[in-house]
Write a protein that binds this ligand. Sequence first.
Ligand code: ATP
Ligand code: LTN
Length: 325
Amino acid sequence: MRVFSGIRPTGELHIGNYLGAIRQWIELQEKAECVFCIVDLHAMTTPYKPGELQKNIRDLAIVYLAAGLDPEKCIFFVQSEIKEHTELAWLLGTITPLGELKRMTQFKEKSKKHLEYINAGLLNYPLLMAADILLYQTDAVPVGKDQKQHVELTKEIARRFNNKFGKVFKEPKVLLPKVGEKIMSLQNPKKKMSKTDGPHGYISLFDAPEEIKKKIMATVTDPGRNIRYDPLKKPGISNLLMIYHIFSGEPIKKLENDFKNKGYAELKKSLAKILIDSLGLFREKKKELDQREVYIKEVLDRGTKKARSLAALTMENVRKKMGIF
Ligand code: ATP
Ligand code: LTN
């Protein structure tokens, strides 16, 4: 089985990215052929600083390694290093109706959020994502729930291409985690936790213990004092219980029981402690990796070589089928 996924180098990674995506990747690297990409071209579709992009790429490579991805077991590379991604994205655009791109939730949300920066790249974002996935003959794409729609569109594009020009692509399926597919913002539990919404809404994988404590204690919760898992009526507390459950391994029912006659502050204090302990290892590994610039470059270079030969094979086939050889 071939697995492909990617993350945009747009800043600090948070526990939502970890629980929704990376945690699945760590399990999958043991049993599948995994390709994990740093999707820098996607990062350019929302406002960014050119001078910071290379640092964000390097930091994301460090996250991949610190989180436990093993370059001996999977391929890591940077999207813009392999020209086939943009070439295939263009070609897929020629068979994709405009309406399908316009109806994507992410396009609608990001255009609302960045009114000054509604660029064609943001609309075409799913074509580049489809190219990423289809170039590697991917079977499964492990992502958080917000990306499900894009993977389903990719499948539709693959099917359309295969019907029109002859079979080239595998039709990929989406892999969502059993729990944690959508972790909510600490400041607004009705919105997903997001990198680009300001640091108070998320816990970064590398936050220092005092920051974790401060952010968890300041979490927006719900009226009342009952600690009960009910995402509709109590979205704030339910989000904290879910995070607590995944990091501690304790069933939610047991947590509800343990905190029955205690207030929100008790739950928050205890959760902060669990997070500080669980994320300690990330912080330590990051410190070590920060000193290993040459090693990180080597890992990415090795990954690029392997990925490039896979991408070239698919691309040759696509060009032939589309009549541009
Ligand atoms: P941005 O705020 O810049 O849009 P993001 O925080 O949504 O970024 P992405 O780079 O878009 O992060 O996502 C990387 C991966 O993490 C994707 O697989 C995505 O589905 C997953 N993910 C992102 N946010 C969450 C979340 N709150 N809960 C679960 N999974 C998430
Ligand atoms: N759109 C994704 C990042 C991404 C991706 C991919 C994920 C780009 N290309 C290919 C899986 C497969 C996001 O998380 N925002």
